[in-house]
Design a protein around this ligand. Structure first.
Ligand SMILES: [Zn+2]
Length: 395
């Protein structure tokens, strides 16, 4: 059954994958799921988990991968994050688990790997191999589509002051193509604007926050990143009634005027939604998470640990990409939306301006401005759209 196996090296880890998964474009044709394109995503996660384990100053962390496939992420955590002493991999596909089990032996980490074949919530509730404690320190959920059906189970299965990492691949829903689906899955409305992925990320986090608060849990987003195909966030979870009570102050609405481009954040939903600049009717996004998507101290710690991972030591281009991703997040101005250079250029009726030029110009005249972490052509500023346009016209 496992005859068509290829061995690949990712980071410092040997992974066994169905040979077809390296060539087939449709994963369902392969006997077990492995996505080679997600290597960068896994590189980031190994760095994030290593950072979390360092800050937690514990050397016996447990890690649960709810939908492990052939075990690529779990195996890498087992090999590359030494303070994780137990790795629990769960998948409903027995062939995928067999790949993971054999790869654990190849990497000589079979002693700390445990394999489950269950539906996600059954796995998280069973804790069959968790004799020391009945919850996990880190729980990863990377499903096809939305994580919404599993969030309760994930939050119930994580330790106090533990971390969850959550991926959503229903980006079309979160980015406004299907607003009714977005509302029922994430309990908030998206906005199809040039910063739609940031709104989507904030809807994802607000669902995590609301679900956690219902369980007397408080959340702190540590690091969030996205591309065309997924949104992913790392969130610290703590047990605290009093902090969960503060949720109301962390949730808000973005209103956006499609006539003039003006946008602002509201604490509460109210009518009429009239643009204060041009008096047109505005669209509304949310309720959504209006607090930061990243924790500065966590990003700085991640940044410092980049050179300690083999994958970044060996590949300078990857190290530069990681440096850029994190330094942009560290320097980012804390606003819940960004502006896009193309949008600004069309407003000014000019060719697109260089991003760094816009940021420098706004900083020079006294506004706060920075690159946006979720878009290579985006910038954040405390200036309004009209202030941006006026400043750039004069420069
Ligand atoms: Zn307007």
């Amino acid at each position: 059954m496992l005859s068509e196996i290829s061995e690949i090296i990712e980071g410092d880890t040997r992974i066994l994958v169905p040979s077809a998964s390296l060539t087939e474009k449709i994963p369902s044709k392969t006997p077990a799921f492995f996505n080679p394109v997600a290597k960068w995503n896994r590189d980031i996660s190994v760095l994030a988990y290593k950072t979390f384990s360092t800050l937690k100053t514990m050397d016996c962390l447990s890690f649960a991968d709810c939908l492990s496939g052939v075990g690529a992420r779990g195996l890498r955590v087992g090999v590359e994050v030494p303070s994780v002493e137990s790795v629990y991999m769960n998948d409903i596909n027995p062939i995928a688990l067999e790949f993971a089990r054999k790869a654990a032996e190849l990497n000589s980490i079979q002693g700390k790997c445990y394999f489950h074949r269950s539906e996600v919530c059954s796995f998280l509730q069973s804790n069959a191999h968790c004799s020391q404690r009945n919850r996990y320190d880190i729980v990863d959920l990377d499903p096809f589509g939305s994580p919404a059906p599993y969030l309760d189970c994930v939050l119930r299965a994580v330790n106090d002051r533990g971390m969850i990492s959550i991926t959503a691949t229903d980006t079309a829903v979160l980015c406004g193509v299907y607003p009714k689906v977005c509302y029922r899955r994430y309990h908030g409305y998206p906005i199809r604007s040039e910063y739609t992925n940031e709104i989507g990320m904030r809807l994802l986090i607000s669902l995590i926050a609301f679900t956690a608060a219902r369980l007397d849990l408080n959340i702190l987003p540590l690091f969030s990143h996205t591309n065309l195909h997924y949104m992913r966030t790392y969130v610290k979870i703590s047990v605290s009634n009093s902090e969960a009570n503060e949720l109301y102050s962390k949730i808000g609405y973005v209103i956006h005027c499609f006539s003039c481009g003006h946008r602002e954040i509201w604490d509460v939903e109210s009518n009429p939604r009239i643009c204060r600049v041009c008096s047109s009717k505005c669209s509304i996004g949310g309720p959504l998470w209006k607090e930061p998507l990243n924790e500065q101290g966590f990003l700085e710690s991640m940044f410092q640990l980049i050179p300690t991972l083999g994958v970044f030591q060996r590949t300078p281009s990857l190290r530069r990409s990681m440096d850029n991703l994190l330094s942009t997040g560290i320097e980012e101005v804390q606003e819940p939306y960004y502006f896009h250079t193309d949008h600004i250029a069309s407003k000014l009726k000019t060719s697109p301006l260089a991003l760094s030029e816009i940021v420098d110009t706004l900083n020079r005249v006294g506004f706060m401005a920075s690159k946006a972490s979720l878009s290579p052509q985006g910038f954040k500023t405390n200036a309004s759209l009209s202030q941006i346009l006026n400043t750039l016209k004069r420069s």
